[in-house]
Design a protein around this ligand. Structure first.
Ligand code: NAD
Length: 432
């Protein structure tokens, strides 16, 4: 099939590359000329394991190309997939400006029947609204499809090539059949629904996962007070098939470009139809507070005297294996520490420059390695569970630090790892 994917971010680029890998001819479009120039030169602007190799192979095979020329790409395609950003507005509602802009540009470029699918996460009713918007600008026939995306950053290629399910929201049987055909090589679990249900599946899925995280974090907070170990509790719960093992890892809460934004958007979507989503409101509140778990522990350790202390921070990305720092807990934690007069020494394997672009470069000592960050520190806070942190020599770490105090915000270390060291160790939901 001939496919145009609009937006070459985490979703659009990975999807485009993977559709090409399936043998389709894919044109990836972005309005960011710098990104497109980099992609044309064979350089991938985001960090995503495996993406570089699959992109290079498909570009070399002539199935994958990159352009800023949206109109021309649309004219050469039967299927147009919109994967632009839908960032949150201050109200929590998703900003539809990029989607509307892309839809209008597609409408202007129409030269015959096309399927126009939206992969971006959009509020219920958006695809119907876009259909009217596009229809008002073109006489050509087209069908609207909701095609929500469930990939996870850090394993996006794997998730796209081996998805748990594909959801296709359609009100035209032929268009649904074409989209089913396109995705058939990926999975047998293809769910075709009406458009509004497909839009809702995306929000409901993310809200449910966020709920699991906030739930286990609250259990962790109680475990700390009653002397239980949340990792054992989660293990014991997870064997129950009705509960499942995933997303029961206590920590400092979720971040990233999806859960925070999509939970707030769903609260707003519910609010727009006079429904107060009380449960989800609490999920968001718990998550926001959980970030300060690390700070509360530091305050307790230093009896509220943080000023002048040197604190090392390991991990700036919102989760491992990604360079994405959008809504990363590290942003608020570091800001709090700096404002409290702490000397912060920070390190992340790959997300430092993205972090600096959002946070700024001032007020933090940026380090090129984990040990360098820990040098002379009064305490170390581990905020992202990168593999390399789990591999460190704890004896060497202890000798590098001024005081061997470790606050493990992601429960990376086990009790036996610390045996023989002098670390004072705090984690989440486990005995200190
Ligand atoms: P992103 O910000 O990384 O990328 C969006 C891209 O779209 C940018 O490169 C931007 O330049 C481009 N763009 C914007 N308007 C354009 C236009 N008119 N023409 C061409 N290009 C345009 O966003 P993302 O993280 O890939 O997310 C995209 C959508 O997918 C969002 O709705 C998000 O909620 C959803 N989603 C994201 C993830 C994730 O893990 N990132 C997972 C599932 C769903």
């Amino acid at each position: 099939m001939n496919i145009t994917v609009i937006g070459t971010g985490y979703v659009g680029l990975v999807s485009g590359v993977c559709y090409a890998e399936l043998g389709n001819r894919v044109i990836c479009v972005d309005k960011d000329a710098g990104k497109i120039a980099a992609l044309q030169a064979g350089s991938i602007p985001i960090y995503e394991p495996g993406l570089q190799e699959v992109a290079a192979a498909n570009a070399a095979a002539g199935r994958l190309s990159f352009t800023t020329g949206l109109a021309e790409a649309v004219r050469e395609s039967d299927i147009v997939i919109i994967a632009v950003g839908t960032p949150p507005m201050p109200s929590g509602e998703a900003n539809m400006a990029y989607i509307d802009q892309a839809a209008l540009e597609v409408a202007e470029a129409m030269n015959g029947y096309k399927i126009i699918a939206v992969k971006s996460t959009v509020p219920v009713g958006t695809n119907e609204r876009l259909r009217e918007l596009i229809g008002s600008r073109t006489d050509e026939r087209f069908d609207s499809i909701s095609l929500p995306e469930f990939l996870r950053e850090g394993s996006a290629v794997q998730d796209t090539m081996y998805p748990d399910r594909i959801v296709i929201g359609a009100d035209n049987r032929e268009a649904a059949a074409t989209m089913t055909e396109l995705h058939k090589p990926l999975t047998d679990n293809i769910i075709v629904t009406d458009i509004r249900s497909a839009e809702m599946i995306k929000y409901a899925s993310n809200a449910f996962l966020a709920t699991k995280i906030s739930f286990i974090n609250e259990i962790a907070n109680i475990c700390e007070k009653v002397g239980a170990d949340v990792t054992r509790v989660a293990e014991g719960m997870g064997y129950d098939k009705r509960i499942g093992k995933s997303f029961l890892k206590a920590g400092i809460g979720y971040g990233g470009s999806c859960f925070p934004k999509d939970t707030r958007a769903l609260i707003q979507i519910a609010g727009n139809v006079d429904y107060e989503f009380k449960l989800l409101r609490s999920v968001v509140e718990v998550n926001q507070d959980q970030r300060f778990n690390v700070i509360r522990k530091l305050e307790a350790i230093f009896s509220g005297q943080l000023r002048g202390k040197t604190i090392a921070v390991w991990g700036l990305a919102f989760k491992p294996d990604t360079d994405d720092v959008r809504d990363s807990p590290a942003l608020e934690i570091i800001q709090y520490l700096v404002e409290a007069g702490v000397k912060v020494r920070a390190y992340d394997p790959i997300a430092t420059s993205n972090f600096q672009a959002v946070y700024g470069k001032e007020g933090v000592v940026w380090c090129g390695g984990a040990m360098e960050a820990a040098k002379g520190a009064d305490a170390l806070c581990l905020l992202t569970e990168w593999d390399e942190f789990a591999q460190v020599d704890l004896q060497e770490l202890q000798n590098t630090m001024w005081r061997a105090i470790l606050i493990d915000g992601r429960n990376v270390f086990k009790e036996e790892d610390l045996l023989g060291t002098a670390f004072i160790y705090y984690s989440v939901g486990r005995p200190a």
